[in-house]
Ligand binder design. Structure first.
Ligand code: IPM
Ligand code: MG
Length: 359
């Protein structure tokens, strides 16, 4: 079966880390059709828009999308703000492709336990943030300035069906794990959160094999630092998920390690998804061979797992990453004395070599 993958490398370190992800995918021995297109600042420079129609078309024609990162200081002052890479490319991609389920696994890699800023008795973290990605305050209208620019308005809207479908995905993921969902909201203040809690509570009655509890978002932010081991699946709305997933990602010691999948409904048994590292374009280190390719490589593994039902090769990639780390190879972000400092390409090569030799 042909695996058609749209590759949107984007800006900053995007192209460097995506090149490693492609190398590693090819090293699994499966065949892929990779088709590249411009996105973000690179697309803006080329044609004046961060998400060209041709790029969106390519995504629609593909089975999955592999994305690097978008944005950079050069693009921060673009006017109107709708043309900035983040809002002009990432958000419409999510919305247009109905990628409502954002899965962000946060797992301490064996060799890196001591990289966590949380010292002491911790033995590691293994949780998934399930973030609603196409609703809430990121998208609802009106969003505007009033009163000669002196009043700013953002709107938060959630519909029952938007909550139902993301919660359903959380139940599926929870069943593949420890069967525990913590649903996070701000139901003591927000109406959207009260609806969220109501719907998740109803759904938990229909799914009694999964333990569901509710937690206020401020408490969750605190509990993630106090005792991250208590979490299995965190289910939450768009903006809370944005913040909590960055917080949770630091528990592993580097943002450079974490992959993400943004999924839409499954069609004909296939799940369309966009796969990208959680980290951004890191313009300060772009082009220097210092970027950590692991997040991009693990995102490619998630693509195999979710869009191509290829659990075997997904696991092989994850094991090859563990193996390279166990062998002491480190990019600068996770380097400690005694390790071997390697470049982006060297780490990609080592992971690909391991896959080829253990075919
Ligand atoms: C993320 C990012 C984006 C978001 C930004 C770049 C728009 O922070 O994917 O978490 O807020 O969703
Ligand atoms: Mg974010």
């Amino acid at each position: 079966m042909a695996r058609n993958v749209a590759v949107l490398a984007g800006d900053g370190i995007g192209p460097e880390v995506i090149a490693q992800a492609i190398k590693v995918l090819e090293a699994t021995g499966s065949s892929f059709n990779f088709e590249h297109a411009l996105v973000g600042g690179a697309a803006y420079d080329d044609g004046g828009h961060p998400l060209p129609a041709a790029t969106l078309d390519l995504c629609r024609r593909s089975d999955a999308v592999l994305l690097g990162a978008v944005g950079g200081p050069k693009y921060d002052s673009i006017q109107p703000p709708e043309l900035r890479p983040e809002v002009g490319a990432l958000l419409p991609l999510r919305r247009e492709l109905s990628l409502y389920a954002n899965v962000r696994p946060v797992k301490t890699l064996k060799s890196l336990i001591k990289n966590s800023p949380l010292k002491g008795s911790r033995t590691g973290v293994d949780l998934v943030v399930m973030r609603e990605l196409t609703g809430g305050i990121y998208f609802a209208q009106p969003r505007e300035r009033r009163d000669n620019g002196n009043t700013a308005v953002d709107t938060c809207i959630y519909k029952r069906e938007e909550i139902v479908r993301i919660a359903q995905r959380a139940f599926v993921i929870a069943r593949q794990r420890r069967r525990e969902i913590v649903s996070v909201d701000k139901a003591n203040v927000l109406e959207t959160s009260r609806l969220w809690r109501e719907v998740v509570t109803e759904m938990s009655r229909l799914n009694p094999d999964v333990k569901v509890t509710h937690m206020l978002v401020d408490n969750c932010a605190m509990q993630l630092i106090r005792d991250p081991g208590q979490f299995d699946v965190i289910l939450t709305e768009n903006m809370f998920g944005d913040i909590l997933s960055d917080e949770a990602s630091m528990l592993t010691g580097s943002l450079g390690l974490l992959p993400s999948a943004s999924l839409s409904d499954s069609k004909d048994g296939k799940v369309f998804g966009l796969y990208e590292p959680v980290h951004g374009s890191a313009p300060d280190i772009a082009g220097q061979g210092r970027a950590n390719p692991i997040a991009a490589i693990l995102s490619a593994a998630l693509m195999l797992r979710y869009s191509f039902s290829d659990e075997r090769n997904a696991l092989r990639i994850e094991e090859a990453v563990d193996h390279a780390l166990a062998a002491g190879l480190r990019t600068a972000d996770i380097y400690e004395r005694g390790n071997r400092l390697v470049s982006t390409t060297e780490l990609g090569d080592a992971i690909a070599f391991k896959l080829k030799s253990a075919a």
